[in-house]
Design a protein around this ligand. Structure first.
Ligand SMILES: Cc1cc2nc3c(=O)[nH]c(=O)nc-3n(C[C@H](O)[C@H](O)[C@H](O)COP(=O)(O)O)c2cc1C
Length: 153
């Protein structure tokens, strides 16, 4: 299964850690949104979209990419994110942007990610220290394994 993981990860590379854990299983390519070659997307069997949450949304570079995506009817995709409390809400907000382009979102994953931006630094030096944890990275690997099983190995 030829897989591309598009990952926007800038604060502490929390989301990139998750992307790398998934990619240990999927054996694909990880690329930043700005570096995606749109003309190659049709050649992938599965495309992952991952981002940290920034001011209630996926990173602006990911939103910009989503707006530029070609129409790819039925293209299998998955969504993942890291954010302060590990909510899936940000995945839910991003999903319609892919569906508008015809993507079929088959699964999503979320976990906590360390933040020490701005005022959060004054809460014992940041919130969600140590996240994503090894347990969460293991869950990300398992998530990827389920994706490969669903695709028939
Ligand atoms: C500027 C900024 C804004 C953020 N806004 C949110 C937010 O709205 N909701 C949330 O849950 N986390 C928010 N966070 C926390 C990040 O989503 C979290 O630290 C994430 O793991 C960062 O991923 P990254 O290290 O891959 O960039 C914000 C972090 C930064 C730096």
């Amino acid at each position: 299964m030829k897989t591309l993981i598009i990952c926007a990860s800038y604060h502490h590379q929390n989301t990139l850690k998750v992307a790398r854990a998934m990619n240990e299983v999927l054996g694909g390519t990880i690329v930043a949104p700005a570096d995606v070659d749109l003309s190659t997307l049709a050649g992938y069997d599965l495309i992952g979209f991952g981002s940290g949450a920034y001011n209630q949304f996926f990173h602006p570079s990911m939103l910009k990419l989503a707006a530029k995506l070609p129409e790819l009817k039925g293209k299998k995709a998955f969504i993942f994110s890291t954010n302060t409390f590990g909510l899936r809400l940000f995945n839910d907000k991003f999903k319609p942007l892919l569906e508008q382009k015809g993507f079929s979102v088959v699964a999503d994953f979320s976990c906590r990610g360390f933040i020490d931006f701005s005022f959060t630094r004054f809460f014992f030096g940041g919130i969600s220290k140590g996240h994503p944890s090894e347990k969460e990275l293991q869950a990300a690997r398992e998530f990827a394994r389920q994706l490969t099983l669903a695709a028939g190995g």
